[in-house]
Write a protein that binds this ligand. Structure first.
Ligand code: PLP
Length: 474
């Protein structure tokens, strides 16, 4: 019998092309330092360089790799450059990338325990490891009432926390009938915008998201929170949720979680703590002060995809009472019924997130933790914090610059004393030069430069060079 024609890449071809792809990535790691950090393409340039129509006949992999170099690479802003100091990092590493490859190779859809028990159980184990590694409250462990899950992003974690809090506050009635009272949630003026997006999505509405003022360092003022709660209760509203941040996006401020947590306990409010970038610092015992009071939180998240050498996407999210989350999100249609679920003996992570389907993200996290070990992770995190402190020291000593706030960890916020225009000029010149990338924020209503040290390949010489360039431009 004639073998039917196949267009698939055979395992042998995959082996050969796979080697080329891995070689391409390894070469990229070697040369990323020499590429202009901020992409210089103009809007539409990449789109126009691509053919109008897709190919009818399949093309050789070599042609695709050539276009990767010719068309795609110029349109990349190099987040993996050792001189990428903008936003927050999204660092990656060899073990994480290999974990991603293995996950793609297995091609698992881990919505239910039964659709791949290892996908669920590795995730549970790795998140329990992280409770130990970061010394998080014991209540977050899976053998207690809580547990952890990997979400795609901190935004999704906040959304899930808000939904669980809403249902807890309304006795699971809102899921059925919709919101029948005025629910109010509380953030600070430094909270990430994902909380406002989540408030819109869950039907709370932006107007019912109260923005509590912060102090000079950008931390939420607990007394102001109490005043806002009292005023809302007086108006007949039902306060139900507070989000505290450990390491705000703008300036790295740390909210007083313990004081906020006590208020939440007293008032019966759900406390979510967002440690998206800074949470990684808790790998180091001397930096764990950032989590003081976390035992009062109902939920917590941080992103290994920011600072823990795990390529995007990977957000770790824990709850102290998993029933609150699962009860809010579970729906069991006939086609998903199975014996394991009905036995009650397994975790079905589809009930811990918004989408049904889920990737095997725990693999890359497992590879990262096993490759570096706690010792390796701590070493690099400490190094980043030390480099940021060194940079802050240079700023302090130069009469032309000033720190906007004392840097708690690896983010330095500073500005030119000459004013906003001078700070902007320096940032634009640096970014146009291609040697590094910086971004900005406003602190005390003044243009402020942000330098965040968190790149996998960042060494002292990159931070020294950044400072030398800044001094030349000042
Ligand atoms: C404090 C904080 N929370 C949440 C987010 C959103 O992260 P994600 O992209 O994982 O949704 C960020 C992003 O920088 C952040 O800094």
């Amino acid at each position: 019998m004639e073998t039917p024609k196949s267009y698939h890449m055979t395992p042998d071809e995959f082996r050969a092309r796979g080697r080329e792809a891995v070689e391409w990535v390894a070469r990229y790691m070697e040369r990323v330092e020499s590429l202009p950090v901020l992409s210089r393409v103009r809007p539409g340039e990449v789109y126009e360089a691509l053919p109008d129509a897709p190919p009818t006949r399949g093309e050789p992999f070599k042609a695709v790799l050539a276009d990767l170099d010719r068309i795609i690479l110029p349109g990349i802003t190099h987040w993996q450059s050792p001189s990428f100091f903008g936003y927050f990092p999204a660092n990656a590493s060899g073990p994480a990338i290999l974990g991603e490859l293995l996950s793609a190779g297995l091609g698992v859809q881990g919505m239910l325990w039964t659709t791949s028990p290892a996908c669920t159980e590795l995730e549970t184990r790795v998140l329990d490891w992280l409770v130990q590694m970061l010394e998080l409250p014991g209540a977050f462990r899976s053998n207690r009432r809580g547990g952890g899950v990997i979400q795609d992003s901190a935004s999704s974690a906040a959304l899930c926390a808000l939904i669980a809090a809403r249902e807890r506050a309304t006795g699971l009635v809102t899921n059925r009938r919709g919101i029948d009272r005025r629910l109010t949630a509380y953030v600070s003026d430094q909270t990430h915008s994902s909380l406002e997006k989540a408030a819109r999505i869950v039907g709370i509405g932006s107007d019912n998201l109260r923005v509590v003022p912060t102090d000079r360092r950008g931390a939420m003022d607990p007394a102001a929170l109490e005043r806002a709660l009292a005023a809302d209760r007086e108006q007949g509203a039902t306060p139900f949720f507070v989000c505290a941040t450990v390491g705000t996006t703008s300036s790295g401020a740390v909210d007083p979680v313990a004081a906020l947590g006590q208020i939440c306990r007293r008032e019966g409010l759900w406390l979510h703590v967002d440690g998206a970038m800074a949470g990684t610092a808790a790998l180091c015992p001397e930096l764990r002060w950032i989590h003081d009071g976390l035992e009062l939180a109902d939920s917590y998240c941080f992103n290994p995809h920011k600072w823990m050498f795990t390529n995007f996407d990977c957000d770790c999210f824990w709850v102290a009472d998993r029933a609150a989350l699962v009860d809010a999100l579970t729906i069991l249609p006939e086609y998903l019924r199975n014996r394991a679920t009905e036995s009650g003996a397994v975790i079905d992570y589809r009930d811990w997130q918004v989408p049904l389907g889920r990737r095997f993200r725990a693999l890359k996290l497992w590879l990262v933790i096993r490759h570096y070990g706690l010792e390796g992770l701590r070493h690099h995190v400490r190094r980043h914090v030390e480099l940021a402190r060194r940079f802050a020291g240079w700023v302090r000593q130069d009469r032309r610059f000033e720190l906007a706030v004392e840097p708690p960890l690896n983010l330095v916020c500073f500005r030119h004393r000459g004013g906003d225009a001078e700070s902007s000029r320096i940032m634009e010149a640096l970014n146009a030069g291609g040697e590094l990338l910086l971004t900005h924020t406003r602190v005390d209503d003044r243009m402020t430069l942000r330098l965040c040290v968190g790149g996998t390949w960042t060494e002292a010489r990159h931070v020294e060079r950044a400072w030398a360039l800044m001094r030349e431009l000042a």
